[in-house]
Design a protein around this ligand. Structure first.
Ligand code: MTE
Ligand code: MO
Length: 201
């Protein structure tokens, strides 16, 4: 299988068996910056990560503590709803599925709202957060994540459009009912599947 985008032939399937380039997307070699509002300048020393809501106990991690969690590295593509896709970045950090073992969500917890420094939020069902590829990322392509890209720490959700991963992540709120985040209340799809082109509502 193959298709041509701006004279580039995009071959094949991604690691989930879906076309590597989702419909309506084009491949870019760049890593564009897409932020609503100003870039947040947070040092690792001031960065704190907090979990609250429907969890066994509310907790907070410093940078040093977070770095002691299981660290992983994998390759994944990144799809922005504004039609660009960046292929094959190497992401390093802590998978949510590893992190969640630290916090024991309560049985009633069905949704997770990501909160970022600066006020950005985005929501996903807990079962989607637990999927194998949702990661807290601090390093990309071997370099510490730049502040423009959400450094020191962001979330990525490779199976969803990239707005489902908050840059400058500062905490997670566990909820019984879904609570739409910043873009989700401003016209973006709640489910954000790039292969179904779930862009806007
Ligand atoms: N805190 C925060 N996170 C955010 C955003 C934002 O504006 N603020 N934009 C989202 C969108 S729409 C995209 S496409 C990606 C962009 O990440 P990048 O700037 O590293 O390319 O971050 C997502 N996470
Ligand atoms: Mo985006």
């Amino acid at each position: 299988m193959g298709l041509f985008v701006k004279n580039q032939k995009i071959e094949g399937l991604n690691s989930y068996g879906k076309p590597k380039l989702p419909p309506g997307q084009y491949k870019t070699e760049k890593f564009p910056v897409l932020t609503y509002g100003p870039t947040q300048k947070i040092t690792k020393e001031e960065w704190k990560f907090r979990v609250w809501g429907l969890v066994g106990e509310e907790r907070e991690w410093t940078w040093k503590e977070f770095m002691k969690l299981p660290q992983s590295k994998f390759q994944a593509d990144f799809h922005c709803v504004t039609h660009w896709s960046r292929f094959d970045s190497v992401w390093e950090g802590v998978f949510f599925r590893d992190f969640v073992k630290e916090i024991r969500p309560r049985l009633e917890a069905k949704y997770v709202l990501q909160h970022a420094y600066g006020g950005y939020t985005t929501n996903l069902p807990l079962t989607w957060m637990i999927e194998e590829d949702v990661m807290f990322v601090h390093t990309v392509d071997g370099k510490p994540l730049e502040p423009d890209h959400g450094g020191p720490m962001r979330v990525i959700t490779p199976k969803r459009y990239a707005w489902k991963g908050a840059k400058w992540i500062r905490g997670l709120e566990f909820l019984a009912k879904d609570k739409p985040g910043f873009w989700e209340v401003n016209g973006y799809s709640n489910t954000a599947d790039p292969w179904k082109e779930e862009r806007f509502w």
